[in-house]
Every structure is written in structure tokens, then in C-alpha cells.
Design a protein around this ligand. Structure first.
Ligand code: ADP
Ligand code: MG
Length: 436
């Protein structure tokens, strides 16, 4: 099936084909025709499955008719993070290039003046994070009574970040007669409740999670010790197939320290973590995308929402505390048809976290050892021989485990300063050759 079968306009089809996409993803295939018909929709699909285009494309055609009025946006898209909001805006620019739609972005960390000015002129599409929208609403700068199309994107992320009450309030400010679309990777009970309350006879579209993890990602656990970690990482980075890499660490301080020490060691490295201001983060990301630097140290919080494609390697300097973070992290590589490697440094203290990851992904991840002397390469010859069922080191003693912070960094940040989003693994069906 091609995009042309979905009922989209010729201008839009041209923009899609300009972008290099040849085939709609399953969620796009199922969602687009219903959205075009004006139905409410619940779209459930794993991250990286192309949910954005499944609402952006039909919205462009729907909004092509009609005009905007001052301070009354015609449609509203709610995103949990600034990064995700910015990505949706980019999608509108890309697909809407043959249409004359106006758009405003309402996100924290950016001056409010310009955002308000844009709104005053009237916009077809308003893309906002809930916090900033509520702010502006409080000041009377915005009216949602003309907003006949609402998208709640990344709903489960919104839930994690404590945004559900805000969303409920926002929903009550919109006209009752409207089209509402809700997208999420999972459907926990509070999201179900939200959907029941604010959607009308929605069509449910669900794309099954592929049974196996992304086969394009070669995953390995690299055995090391807390003392040798840095050394091990450096050796891994020197392997000649490392062209671009993201190194994840669990704490912001580690992200910072790693960037400093790798820089000192001569690597072209940048960093991205939750303590950085938004412009600074985007600057680092630009340096990475432009190739000025090829290594980025990152925290989960800062990296989740960023759509960085074509990363050859993901390194987990620390094993993430939450197994789903592992899936998100490694999803930065092996995207859209490209193969990638995900290497996780493990010490004896990580046994429990690793076990949780293997339980979630349903795979036993192969272990390798890095030779002390020379720069290693991950290939057949270097894989340590392992028994089929690996012996798990003993669980760390209780007092030892209590040393670790219980909460990962992302739960520590208050919901008012949201800066996480997500974009995870791309399943094998996206193996359709997108221009990187
Ligand atoms: P989600 O919101 O489901 O996590 P996104 O909408 O961010 O996913 O899309 C994930 C990636 O897939 C993006 O890099 C996007 O450019 C790409 N993509 C989207 N639609 C297609 C398509 N039809 N063919 C190929 N790649 C696509
Ligand atoms: Mg998305």
C-alpha cells in the first residue's frame, strides 16, 4: 500500500515523496483514513513507528480549508517535552510546504514574546507543552474555543510526567464538538480513563509490539569493573567502526565528567543533560548532527525526545535503573533500516538491572570481555565463551544497594520543567530505506 491510497491530497503526497518516504507505516496506514473522515482516534504503537505523520498528514489536509482567527488556534497538539514539540513543528514544515498553514510553538525555555505575537495573529496549528499552555491561558492570551481538533501525543509520557490533570483542564476549555486524537506507546489505566472521558466513539488502532527486539541492533554486555569503566569505554570508542556514538550515563554528573575526560583524551565530544538550558542543548545537538562532534554523552532525560538518526553506536556507561530506559537508549541506533551496535558496560553490581532488562526484552544479551592491552573490536573472535545460561553474580548486599539513588534522574525533575520525551526503537518493518 502506498501513501496515495490513503486519501491524502496531491500537494501532500508530493511533500511526502519529497521527504523520501515511500510506504506508510502500519499506524499511518490505519490511522490516516479515519482521521481524514473526522473520527476520534486512539493510536497505540511503539515509539519509532511513525505516529507523528499519522496525525500531521491528515491534519494538514483538514486544516487546508478554513481560516484562522486572532488568538484562536484552530487545532492544538499537546506534547510532553519541548524537544518533541519542536520535532512535530518540523514535521509540519516538512509536509506542509505546499500548504499555507500558520503554526505556533508554545514551549518552555523560549521567550514568550514571540510565541504570543504569533498567537495574536491567529494560527492554524498550535503545538504546546501543557505547562506553557496553562501559563499563557492564565494570562488570557489565548482562547481555545475555536479549537476543533486536539491531539494528545505521547500520552503515556504525559502520565509519567504528571501532566494528566493539566490535560484534563485543557480539554474542558475546548469546544465539546471537536475531533480528538490520542497517541501513546502503551495504554495504562489512567490513559484509558482519559480517553473514555474526552474522546467520542473513538476508533482504536493498535499496532502490535514486535515480539523480538530490533534485530538491526547488535547488543552486547561488556564486562568491566567500576574501577576500569572509563578505560574500558575509551577502548571501545577507539574501535574503528565507531563513527557516531551516544554514551548514556545514569547521573548528570557522570554525563558531565565523561564529556570532560573524553575531551581531554582527544575525542570530539559534546554533552546533553537536564541541567543545561534548552538553547545550549540544541546547540550541542546541532554540533552532533553537523558532524563537528561525533560523540555525545547524554542523560536519559535530555536524550529521550531527540530524533537522532544514524548513530552507529550506543554505549551504556551505566546500566539504566529502569529496563524500559534500556530499550529507549539502544533505540537510538539501528534506526530506519540501518544497523547499529549497543554496548553496555556491566559490573558485578549490575546483575539485577541486567536481569530486569533481559526479562523485559525476552533476550539474553551476549557478554564480551575487553582485552586489557589492545583496542577491542566487537566481533566473533573476541566474544568470550559463555555457558548457555549465564551465572548471575550474587545480588549486592542490601546496604550496598541502598547507596544507589532510588529514583532515576528523570523522576527527580519536577513536572513544571519537563524536558523528556521519547523516541525509541524502530521496528524491523521500517526497514524501507529512508534517506538518513
Ligand atoms: P513515534 O512518534 O511513533 O515514536 P515518529 O513519528 O517520531 O515515531 O517517527 C520515527 C521515525 O520514523 C522518524 O525518524 C520518522 O522520520 C520516521 N518515519 C516516519 N514515517 C515513516 C515512513 N512512512 N517511512 C519511513 N520512515 C518513517
Ligand atoms: Mg511520537
Amino acid at each position: 500500500m502506498s501513501f496515495a491510497d490513503l486519501g491524502l491530497s496531491d500537494e501532500l503526497l508530493k511533500a511526502v515523496s519529497d521527504s523520501g518516504y515511500t510506504e506508510p507505516t502500519p499506524i499511518q496506514r490505519q490511522a490516516i483514513p479515519s482521521v481524514l473522515m473526522g473520527r476520534d482516534l486512539i493510536g497505540i504503537a511503539q515509539t519509532g513507528t511513525g505516529k507523528t505523520a499519522s496525525f500531521v498528514l491528515p491534519m494538514i489536509d483538514i486544516l487546508a480549508h478554513g481560516r484562522s482567527r486572532a488568538r484562536m488556534p484552530r487545532s492544538l497538539i499537546l506534547e510532553p517535552t519541548r524537544e518533541l514539540a519542536a520535532q512535530v513543528a518540523e514535521n509540519f514544515d516538512k509536509y506542509g510546504k505546499y500548504h499555507k498553514l500558520s503554526m505556533a510553538l508554545l514551549i518552555g525555555g523560549v521567550s514568550m514574546g514571540d510565541q504570543v505575537k504569533a498567537l495574536e495573529k491567529g494560527v492554524d496549528v498550535l503545538i504546546a507543552t501543557p505547562g506553557r499552555l496553562m501559563d499563557l491561558f492564565g494570562r488570557g492570551n489565548i482562547l481555545l474555543t475555536g479549537c476543533e481538533l486536539l491531539v494528545i501525543d505521547e500520552a503515556d509520557r504525559m502520565l509519567d510526567m504528571g501532566f494528566i490533570p493539566d490535560i484534563e483542564e485543557i480539554c474542558t476549555k475546548l469546544p465539546k464538538k471537536r475531533q480528538t486524537l490520542l497517541f501513546s506507546a502503551t495504554m495504562p489505566a489512567p490513559i484509558k480513563k482519559l480517553a473514555d472521558k474526552f474522546l467520542t466513539e473513538p476508533k482504536s488502532v493498535e499496532v502490535a509490539r514486535p515480539a523480538s527486539a530490533n534485530l538491526l541492533i547488535e547488543q552486547r554486555l561488556v564486562e568491566t569493573s567500576s574501577r576500569d569503566k572509563r578505560d574500558t569505554l575509551r577502548k571501545l570508542l577507539q574501535a574503528d567502526d565507531v563513527s557516531t556514538a551516544i554514551i548514556f550515563a545514569n547521573r548528570k554528573t557522570t554525563v558531565r565528567d565523561l564529556a570532560t575526560s573524553l575531551k581531554r583524551a582527544g575525542f570530539a565530544v559534546g554533552q546533553i543533560h537536564g541541567d543545561m538550558e534548552q538553547p545550549e542543548r540544541l546547540r550541542e545537538l546541532d554540533r552532533f548532527k553537523s558532524g563537528e562532534i561525533n560523540i555525545l554523552t547524554a542523560s536519559d532525560v535530555a536524550a529521550r525526545g531527540l530524533d537522532i538518526k544514524g548513530v552507529s553506536h550506543v554505549f551504556n556507561y551505566d546500566v539504566p535503573w529502569h529496563p524500559d530506559d534500556y530499550v529507549h537508549r539502544i533505540g537510538r541506533t539501528g534506526r530506519a533500516g540501518a544497523t547499529g551496535k549497543a554496548l553496555t558496560l556491566v559490573t558485578s553490581e549490575d546483575a539485577e538491572a541486567v536481569a530486569n532488562i533481559e526479562k523485559l526484552t525476552g533476550q539474553t544479551i551476549e557478554r564480551i570481555a575487553v582485552q586489557k592491552a589492545s583496542a577491542p573490536k566487537v566481533d566473533e573472535t573476541e566474544r568470550a565463551e559463555r555457558p548457555e545460561r549465564k551465572k548471575r553474580p550474587e545480588r549486592p548486599r542490601r546496604e550496598q544497594r541502598d547507596d544507589r539513588p532510588r529514583q532515576p534522574e528523570r523522576r527527580a525533575s519536577p513536572p513544571e520543567t519537563p524536558d523528556e520525551g521519547w523516541n525509541g526503537p524502530i521496528p524491523a518493518f521500517l526497514d524501507v530505506g529512508v534517506a538518513a
